[in-house]
Design a protein around this ligand. Structure first.
Ligand SMILES: Cc1cc2nc3c(=O)[nH]c(=O)nc-3n(C[C@H](O)[C@H](O)[C@H](O)COP(=O)(O)OP(=O)(O)OC[C@H]3O[C@@H](n4cnc5c(N)ncnc54)[C@H](O)[C@@H]3O)c2cc1C
Length: 421
């Protein structure tokens, strides 16, 4: 069996490693002239680390990132609303790892080069069209200058080509990304550790919210801190959606004036970020779709379920997709049946995540606290009961498939012995 994977991002590369692990041959095609380690921070929840550990990458990831210990929510006055242990501190057998996306990408790509060979990833190949002909799928590509650069044939085609997936467009012609009127500023900066030294902090409420977490230990004892801050922008078409658009840092700083707390100087952190490293991205996702699998073609990762960046899910769910798909191919080598089985196992939960994230997911407690106590509170339980707080936290984790019981007790999706890093 030969599998064509379109897209060499987190979903495509981890899918290739999973297919190789079960003895299925594959090749990854990406549009960019060369794959390079791009991006700021990304989180891998224990459900994804469990699977990446089964691929033998747990220790490398742990060394490159930060083993997250805590998730803490604060209102805009810096008052603590909710804190919960994360990763091993919460009783998982596998850690949560906050990591630079570039480092994660590099670790996946290096493993592919070592295990599958350098030919397994073909760059400068943008998918432009594909067709299913009998038992084969034929994919056609253009080079970066837009000229046809050849075709590839396989038994299966997996669209791992991100939020602007050409594979998805083929089945959902004219479908548009959904922009909700918010922009994120994003940055990464070297700074002193705060709170536990491995805490993810979420501050504010729906229209002014910052998500902050360290992703890398520096030899100096400092850490590289990733941050993301939301702001509402005037109605109109969404600004350019590209991962490298430099933002107006001063405009960002204006929005977060006064966000200086005893536990972290959030405004100071943003101000200390080099101007060129403050980027922006419109907050976009796509509506849930009823099908991912069409005969011998399917979607994974952001191509299948692009979601707003709430609850640190996109990278983890992309990894899990690839594992469930590999397991389906182990269970039945009939490609059409396997792709249907994969879809049926994943699609309802991921469509639910898209909607939950639009409603702020587990961060919704921030908005409730703001609505009930915009001036702050004497005690959080005057505003939100312990039961409300606990229910919001556990229901999101269960829906996303990474509550402690599920992760620790289920079999690995691809049944191979897996030792925690
Ligand atoms: C450059 C970049 C930087 C990012 N930075 C961050 C970040 O800092 N933090 C964060 O949380 N998330 C980031 N993301 C998004 C994050 O990687 C995804 O949300 C998540 O990991 C799911 O990954 P994915 O593989 O589905 O999508 P992506 O990681 O977006 O990968 C999609 C891949 O498909 C390729 N592709 C697209 N169209 C075609 C086509 N027609 N033919 C062939 N190849 C195609 C793209 O070049 C890309 O390599 C970034 C994505 C990219 C591409």
């Amino acid at each position: 069996m030969q599998v064509i994977i379109i897209g060499g991002g987190i979903a495509g590369l981890s899918q290739a490693l999973s297919l190789h692990q079960i003895g299925v041959s594959c090749r990854v095609y990406d549009a960019v002239p060369a794959l390079s380690p791009l991006g700021y921070g990304i989180n891998l929840q224990p459900n994804a680390i469990r699977e990446l550990s089964a691929l033998g990458l747990g220790e490398k990831l742990a060394a490159a990132g930060i083993l997250t210990k805590e998730l803490a929510f604060y209102n805009k006055h810096g008052q603590l609303i909710w804190t919960e242990p994360r990763g091993r501190a919460a009783g998982y057998r596998w850690p949560q790892i906050s990591i630079s996306r570039g480092e994660l990408h590099k670790i996946l790509l290096t493993a592919i080069h070592e295990r599958l060979g350098r030919d397994a990833v073909v760059t400068g190949h943008r998918l432009t069209a594909f067709e299913q002909r009998g038992d084969a799928v034929i994919a056609r590509f253009n080079d970066p200058s837009g000229r046809p650069v050849g075709a590839a044939a396989g038994d299966i085609l997996i669209g791992a080509d991100g939020i602007h997936s050409a594979v998805r467009q083929h089945f959902y012609q004219g479908e548009k990304a959904v922009f909700d009127g918010y922009l994120h500023y994003r940055g990464i900066v070297e700074a002193a550790p705060y709170l536990t030294g491995a805490s993810m902090a979420v501050v504010g409420h729906r229209s002014h919210r910052a998500i902050i977490y360290p992703v890398m230990q520096r030899p100096s004892g400092k850490v590289m801190i990733n941050w993301l801050a939301y702001t509402r922008i005037p109605p109109g078409a969404p600004p350019l959606e590209a991962w490298d658009t430099v933002a107006d840092k001063q405009a960002c700083l204006e929005q977060y004036k006064g966000w200086t707390y005893p536990w972290l100087d959030v405004h100071g952190l943003f101000a200390a970020t080099p101007d060129a490293d403050v980027l922006q991205l419109p907050n976009v996702d796509r509506d849930p779709i009823p099908r991912w699998s069409f005969g011998r073609v399917t979607l994974i990762g952001d191509a299948a379920h692009p979601m707003q960046p709430v609850g640190a899910q996109a990278g983890s769910q992309a990894v899990v997709d690839g594992r469930v798909l590999a397991a389906a191919l182990m269970a039945t080598r009939d490609p059409v049946e396997a792709l249907t089985r994969y879809q049926d196992e994943r699609i309802a939960a991921m469509n639910d995540m898209i909607v939950r994230n639009r409603n702020l997911g587990l961060e919704s407690i921030l908005q409730t606290a703001e609505e009930r106590a915009p001036q702050g509170f004497a005690h959080i339980h005057d505003v939100l009961s312990q039961q409300e707080l606990e229910h919001t936290a556990i229901s999101f984790k269960r829906a996303a498939g990474f509550d402690v019981e599920t992760v620790n007790s289920r079999e690995s999706f691809v049944e191979r012995p897996s030792s925690p890093p």
